[in-house]
Design a protein around this ligand. Structure first.
Ligand code: FAD
Ligand code: N01
Length: 530
């Protein structure tokens, strides 16, 4: 008999809700969390300026009507401390901590065919067993941490956005370098530029950033609270798991608009703020012409904002379609480059050669700094699972996924019974409001476990054919889009040696829900249950 019905790995948004559901259904469950606190992403990423890019009204749990009625978000896009406070509140409100082992990392798991259970080993050498394991390990929880020659010789301080010091960092008056201009770099740069002595930004690929138009949201929140349950129902059926203020209405198709109307739509989205800019045209990531116009609109805004035309040009993305890498949401990012104390180094012109005791050498120039901030990103979607030695029979999951992940619905992988992944690869996950996708997966998995129990069954795994079909469907649909044209983390392109495969399911949250619901209703079609 296994020690637990369910072992959950990770105590971020996903793991906490999964624990709540398991308890509600009467399963014995234990959570193992590598960190010392709940929060996952929002515990680790404490860098200055960290905040969400999905509106707080939507980037929060919906499972408890009282929780969403009582909680008051202060801003349209909540900052990291507020989100972490919220997650801690959730952990305390439902008394979740008593079933969590903190500071404990799962390092290995082996499936026991004779007992239909997993033997799980943690980094303190403890072994435990569970009938089911649910990996709530996060899509962006393992840094790539690229090797920079000489980093160990640097005499100053090295900070990493993904494990910012708990006590914070005093950067006032210092010479600071930031390497990386994705969302983490961009938020850090914007937040620290006013107070550092000198800021040198090392940019390899410029992002497309749209204004957040962040603001207090007391009135908006009160209005949504009046109809929160219906509001959430709508979000679950949208493409991105959030509404962009427009419910289920489809964005216009680009060919239906003349150039003036298309530009007006882009202007409206730009003024509205946030990632909803990508919703300007339904086919923005399908039609190269639509994409070019949307990209050009942003390029023109960069030229408006940045006074030095040479710097503006360096900041202008031209090498990939807009939206094909995760867009950034900014609050004064481009304006930072008008400050006298900020220098931009374009690494495509002056490659980063090495790090010395004094600073960073790019091209022929040594940039002397006191602090280096690395904002270089994550081994997305598969990194946390690859980091665990997951074995079933003769195979490891790592080997099975060497040429790209293979899953059915992003929930399970054939040959690895009783192992579920929350927001796993080939599910909408990172292309959506993650809270919508997390809740959907947690509820789907919970219903599946209840189904097995009600039938007296102990084992579930995908039928290999159903898995093949899903893998082909996810790859084929991604190939219809412009996503594969960018060297993005969506494609695994930011990790040397990682197979380039589009990792999430591109078909949208609403369609995915209909497929997932249909599979469950059809007696878990495509799964073998025994
Ligand atoms: P995580 O929050 O990543 O939690 C996973 C947990 O698992 C971690 O605490 C980790 O320590 C633990 N873990 C991993 N492996 C092991 C192991 N082997 N043993 C034990 N523990 C393990 N998404 C959005 O939709 N909107 C946003 O605005 C947004 N902003 C983001 C901002 C940042 C800075 C980052 C990095 C990501 C952002 N995301 C956003 C994505 C974000 O990761 C998800 O929204 C969400 O927080 C993920 O929750 P999770 O519980 O699935 O994973
Ligand atoms: O990581 P990234 P991130 N030398 O991979 C550069 C979410 N998130 O942590 O583009 C020099 O986007 C790299 O350059 P290039 C969100 O989903 C959300 O910023 O590969 N540079 C890039 O500029 C996001 O997409 C928020 O050429 C190197 C940067 O480092 C995801 O997390 C905030 C390099 C990495 O950017 C990841 O974001 C933060 C090298 N060797 C995160 N290696 C919100 O706003 C990498 N780079 C909600």
């Amino acid at each position: 008999m296994a020690d637990h019905d369910v072992l959950i790995i990770g105590a971020g948004f996903a793991g906490l809700y999964q624990l709540y559901k398991m308890r509600e259904l009467g399963f014995t469950a234990r959570v193992v969390e590598a960190g010392p606190e709940v929060g996952g992403t929002w515990y680790w990423n404490r860098y200055p300026g960290a905040r969400c890019d999905i509106e707080s009204i939507e980037y929060s749990y919906s499972f408890d009507p009282e929780l969403q009625r009582e909680w008051n978000w202060t801003e349209r896009y909540a900052a990291q401390p507020e989100i972490l406070t919220y997650i801690r509140h959730v952990a305390d409100r439902y008394d979740l901590r008593r079933d969590i082992d903190f500071d404990t990392r799962v390092v290995a798991m082996e499936f026991d065919e004779s007992a239909d259970e997993w033997a799980v080993t943690t980094d303190d050498g403890t072994r435990t067993s569970a009938r089911f394991v649910i990996a709530a390990t996060g899509c962006l929880s393992v840094p790539t941490a690229p090797h920079f020659e000489g980093l160990e010789n640097f005499a100053g301080e090295v900070l990493r956005t993904w494990e910012w010091p708990l006590e914070g960092a005093d950067l006032a008056g210092k010479r600071v370098a930031v390497v990386g201009t994705g969302s983490s770099g961009l938020q850090t740069i914007t937040a620290i530029a006013p107070t550092v002595g000198h800021l040198t930004v090392f940019q390899r690929t410029p992002p497309y950033a749209v204004p957040a138009q962040n603001r207090p949201i007391a009135d908006e929140l009160a209005a949504v609270k009046e109809r929160y349950p219906e509001f959430r129902e709508v979000s679950r059926l949208t493409r991105g798991g959030a509404q962009c203020g427009e419910g289920l209405a489809y964005p216009p198709f680009f060919p239906d608009l003349d150039t003036d109307a298309a530009n007006a739509e882009l202007g409206r989205r730009w003024e509205g703020g946030g990632l909803c800019y990508q919703q300007a045209f339904y086919d923005l990531l399908l039609d190269p012409e639509a994409n070019d116009l949307a990209a050009e609109y942003v390029r023109a805004r960069i030229r408006d904002k940045v006074t030095d035309p040479t710097v503006a040009e360096k900041l202008t993305p031209r090498s990939y379609p807009i939206g094909a890498k995760r867009m950034c949401v900014d609050t004064g990012y481009y304006e930072v480059y008008n400050q006298d104390n900020v220098t931009l180094v374009d690494l495509t012109e002056e490659p980063l050669r090495r790090i010395t005791e004094r600073g960073i050498v790019a091209g022929d120039t040594e940039h002397e700094v006191d602090v280096i901030v690395l904002a270089t990103g994550f081994d997305a979607m598969t990194g946390a699972l690859d980091a665990i030695d997951i074995r079933s029979g003769e195979r490891t999951l790592r080997d099975k996924w060497a040429d790209g992940p293979r899953t059915y619905l992003g929930l399970m992988s054939a040959g690895f019974p009783n192992l579920f992944t929350v927001t796993g690869p080939q599910s909408p996950s990172v292309l959506s409001n993650m809270l919508t996708s997390i809740e959907y997966h947690v509820e789907w998995i919970s219903n599946a476990l209840e189904h097995l129990r009600s039938q007296g069954l102990t084992r579930m795994e995908p039928d290999p054919e159903a898995e093949d079909d899903w893998v082909n469907a996810t790859n084929d649909t991604a190939d219809l889009t412009l996503f594969p044209e960018a060297a993005s983390w969506y494609m695994g392109a930011n990790v040397p040696g990682k197979r380039r495969v589009f990792l999430p399911f591109v078909g949208g949250v609403g369609i995915y829900k209909q497929i997932g619901d249909g599979v469950a209703i059809a007696n878990y079609h495509g799964f073998e249950c025994a």
